[in-house]
Design a protein around this ligand. Sequence first.
Ligand code: NAP
Length: 530
Amino acid sequence: MISGKNLIAGQWSAQGNETFVAVDPRMKAEGSVRFFNATDSEIDLAVRQAARAFKAMRPVTAAARAAFLESAADEIEKLGAELIETVDTETGLGRPRLEGERGRTTSQLRLFANLLRDGSFVEAIIDTAIPDRTPAPRPDIRRMLIPLGPVAVFGASNFPLAFSVGGGDTASAFAAGCPVIVKAHPGHPGTSELVARAILAAGEQHGYPPGFFSMVQGDTVRVGQTLVEHPQLEAVGFTGSLRGGRALFDTAARRPRPIPVFAEMGSLNPIVISPRALAVRGEDIAAGLVNSVTLGCGQFCTKPGLVFVVDDDASQTFIARVAELMDQRQPGVLLNEAVLARLSVDVERTYATGRVSEQTATDAVAPEGYSFPNTVFQTTAEQFIRDESLQDEHFGPVTMFVTCPTPDALFEAVESLHGNLTATVHSEPEESAFTSELFSRLREKAGRLIWNGFPTGVEVVYAMQHGGPYPATTAPQTTSVGLMAIKRFMRPVAFQDLPDALLPEALQDANPLNIWRVVDNQLTREPLHR
Ligand code: NAP
């Protein structure tokens, strides 16, 4: 079934002679299908056809886009057992997790369909004219969001469904009205081809032009670089490493006409545990922390990689207990050889600083396949502040405790944190002064603040914020999870003094779409009477 070809504007294409194969990370076994790295001319055709499709898709209404997204969800579900088998073989993530991730992927597409049917996502704002204002009359100004144009989406290795070909970036770009060119992640190329077929089928059902969607395969940075350099591309959605995201951000900035890159990269997701929380709930917090660090073999962008505690006998007992639980847990299988190689280098570099001690015993029995021991490091607040490299991510089942001599030293250590996706505090209700002091500092550092929970597990809802200051992302004012992700692929346009008939429906007096609008500073669905 799987061809190994690139999908270029409705055609399956294999023009090049560079190929690669998928690898089963449990067996370290190569798959039989050869996947073709997209050539420069295939990439060029994909983007040119996307630009052409963008123009052809102008009349497609939000309601029609909603119907397309629902068909895409249906088509992904129709892939059935073949999809789950393929992605499990390519990633080793296990069927229960992958069935859950498929559910998240299809419900994400359907949630964006609901958003489109409601219609208010265009953020219509109308300030009516004041002809008799002095000294000069005020014109009529109406503003709304319009789609950007062709978007490149880079699939993530650790979410082969929910953040890949049919994942959140693609769903939000389609919802905005943008054509999409996906750079498939080489860790799960067969999965990518299957999902691309589903999206193509949905587009055909709704009469979309062929260029609305392309998918290019590649295990070389050339493919991604060529795509981002293309003059007709308008934006990039990326989930992956700091190194990769930053490289693509720099490429986009160097273009003669720079474009926005919404890159979501590494994060340490600090957790602070108060002395009182340790005393009251230490055992529960230890179990929750170990679950969160080892979930998906630690390959979550929201894995807690730093834990701050006040240094005393209780916290030392707690650290020893966490290390014991980590040792008792069977190490998992990592996504691929490259993740294992990078994790090994990153851990070695952390050891080499001479600023950390290891709390776990490294003789745990490893399974077959690409595996790394569950690891707990410990350092001090002083060392943490002195050496910024202790804030480098370990993408795998690794976490680090930072012991702080006093609560004030803990505040100071938190103050030196780089940008993160999340920050968590475990404390008791009676410690409100301590907790509020911490949150007032942490909110400068992270996109999502959590109290008495764990950061892994990200809800797809309207209010979700999955982003944060650099280096967590290159665009901290945006989110890549949740319904507001659509805003990344739209830009505002103001219309001044246009007659009603020339305005988009969203801004017309009668409000024919019946959407929520801000009219002269009042939120309303009422038509405008002039
Ligand atoms: P990656 O190495 O950054 O690769 C992601 C994609 O970007 C791949 O398609 C890769 O293509 C491409 N790419 C990488 N460097 C590039 C460059 N210089 N120029 C052009 N394209 C480039 O990420 P990964 O393979 O998923 O590795 C795991 C890392 O991602 C971890 O460090 C983890 O923290 C991070 N991650 C973060 C999140 C998040 O939500 N923040 C989620 C998942 C993963 P090629 O492989 O073909 O080069």
